[in-house]
Design a protein around this ligand. Structure first.
Ligand code: HEC
Length: 251
């Protein structure tokens, strides 16, 4: 077997070996690491294969022949055209923008499902309302105490990401893509019905519609952590604190 072919087969073999954990056990070796290993494997193998002038000549003779022999001009020219095109194709495939480009600058709110299952019941998001909202006019004092409880829930659970001023700039925010959303401003939660916010808090990032993704959202699903009433209270708080009013159903 020719040395050049040996070199090629050896590197191919190492590549397959590095790919195996991913194919067999679903534990892929990161591709940057594979590239690094292949690079060192190639360097070391070439070093070993070229320890003497004779063996170096043997290894490179097919390449030198291709470059120098006048009779192989056509072969040479074909390879000189195909090689750059192949490199261009690989580069294109590597940098090609795909659907993940959406992540990071989402401004549109994803469409909610019609119904959700949570807390052992089914909620129809088309008619669901915040059961505590009516207290705002009927029992203002009780309403205020719920808003305050909602604030405590917010600062125990949400402020790390959504920020102490509810502006989406919590301590963790700069490390997250997409960034936690702000509740400040008149074009954020005031555009949303409370049922929508309920869905987002209860189901979080995992509950976002799969078709329009990947969202890659770090927003947790709170249904296992906060009970139903706590969710409604924290929603009261985020509207109250930012001076926003939830969007009403146009009956
Ligand atoms: C680990 C960080 C993190 C925590 C903690 C967190 N969130 Fe989020 N939240 C996010 C991110 C990131 C987004 C934006 C991506 C998305 O919509 O899923 C988001 C989105 C939202 C939205 C959607 C807003 C909109 O305009 O569509 C609501 C509502 C929300 N969070 C409420 C809460 C509440 C309430 C809590 C606490 C109970 C909370 N979040 C805790 C990261 C977090």
């Amino acid at each position: 077997m020719h040395k050049l072919l040996k070199l090629f087969l050896l590197i191919l073999g190492i590549y397959v070996l590095l790919k195996l954990p991913g194919l067999l056990f679903g534990l892929p070796v990161p591709s940057s690491l594979i590239l690094l290993y292949l690079f060192f494997a190639a360097i070391v193998t070439i070093l070993v294969m070229t320890t003497s002038d004779a063996s170096a000549n043997e290894l490179f003779s097919p390449i030198i022949a291709l470059l120098e022999e006048p009779a192989r001009v056509r072969q040479r020219n074909t390879i000189f055209v195909i090689l750059p095109l192949f490199a261009a194709l690989i580069t294109y495939l590597a940098v090609r923008p795909d659907s993940e480009g959406v992540v990071g600058f989402r401004s549109v709110h994803p469409a909610p499902p019609a119904v959700i299952e949570a807390y052992g019941q089914t909620y129809d998001l088309g008619t669901l309302e915040n059961p505590l909202r009516s207290l705002e006019s009927s029992e203002p004092e009780r309403f205020r105490s719920y808003v305050k409880e909602g604030g405590d829930i917010y600062f125990q659970n949400c402020f790390f990401c959504h920020g102490a001023k509810l502006d989406g700039r919590g301590h963790y925010a700069h490390a997250l893509t997409p960034r936690p959303l702000t509740f400040q401003g008149s074009d954020t939660i005031s555009q949303l019905q409370e049922s929508y916010v309920f869905w987002r808090v209860v189901k979080g990032g995992p509950g976002l519609p799969k078709q329009a993704g990947p969202w890659a959202s770090s927003m947790p699903a709170w249904e296992g952590i906060l009970n139903e009433e706590e969710v409604w209270k924290v929603i009261l708080f985020i509207y109250d604190y930012t001076g926003n009013k939830p969007r009403q159903w146009s009956h």
